[in-house]
Design a binder for this molecule. Structure first.
Ligand SMILES: CC(C)(COP(=O)(O)OP(=O)(O)OC[C@H]1O[C@@H](n2cnc3c(N)ncnc32)[C@H](O)[C@@H]1OP(=O)(O)O)[C@@H](O)C(=O)NCCC(=O)NCCS
Length: 179
């Protein structure tokens, strides 16, 4: 991949994660409410945040895009959204996202996910997007529904973290669903 694909929505700029996002990224991921439904413990030191930034930069070389979400007004990191795992051979990509708690409930993630879905279908040529969500994560389920995803069933024991298995709902959106 050449240069990082910057996307813009009404209120957001979706750009690459930069070294100077360190403090803002740490702020988001050190909040246990943000990581509650994630296979990730809340961060406890800046070195962990530095590793996330490094991993994102390396992953891009393998075609895995994770956008930093920033409000256009100040370009500061408030969350992320991306396609971290993909079955490119089948033109399927899995979506993941999170947002700093002070920005919840304003429709921002719905705005970001719509832009990422459009990019995945129109530019990357994906045919299907997937998202796996814990059944109790009502806000995330609602974001997916607003973006047109359908719940396709419960995958029993699909996730494993914190020493135990977790059931996950599978959501899917086909390129053809959008007409
Ligand atoms: C999930 C998350 C990204 C949503 O971001 P957001 O910008 O607040 O989402 P939006 O404002 O676009 O939409 C949220 C919707 O969920 C609804 N909602 C919020 N909490 C809810 C709950 N507990 N149960 C059901 N719906 C809920 C909101 O009312 C809104 O729906 P509406 O527009 O119909 O009123 C954010 O809560 C988050 O970062 N959570 C922690 C990380 C996470 O869980 N990531 C997803 C892992 S699969």
């Amino acid at each position: 991949m050449g240069s990082f694909p910057v996307l813009e929505t009404e209120r957001l700029r979706l750009r690459e994660t930069r070294a100077n996002d360190l403090d803002d990224l740490y702020h988001v991921y050190s909040d246990p409410e943000v990581t509650r439904y994630y296979n990730l413990d809340a961060l406890t030191n800046l070195e962990q945040a530095r590793q996330i930034i490094r991993r994102r930069q390396e992953a891009l070389g393998r075609g895995h895009i994770r956008w930093a979400l920033c409000l256009k007004e100040d370009d500061r990191y408030i969350g992320s959204c991306g396609l971290p795992f993909s079955l490119e051979y089948w033109r399927v990509a899995e979506l993941g996202y999170e947002l700093g708690r002070e920005h919840w409930g304003k429709g921002l993630m719905t705005e970001a996910v719509r832009a990422v879905c459009h990019y995945a279908f129109e530019t990357l040529g994906m045919q299907r997007l997937e998202a796996q969500v814990m059944p109790g994560n009502g806000a995330s389920i609602r974001v997916l529904e607003k973006c047109g995803f359908r719940c396709e069933g419960l995958l029993r024991g699909r996730g494993f973290w914190n020493e135990r298995s977790h059931d996950l709902l599978m959501f899917g959106l086909l390129r053809d669903d959008l007409g």
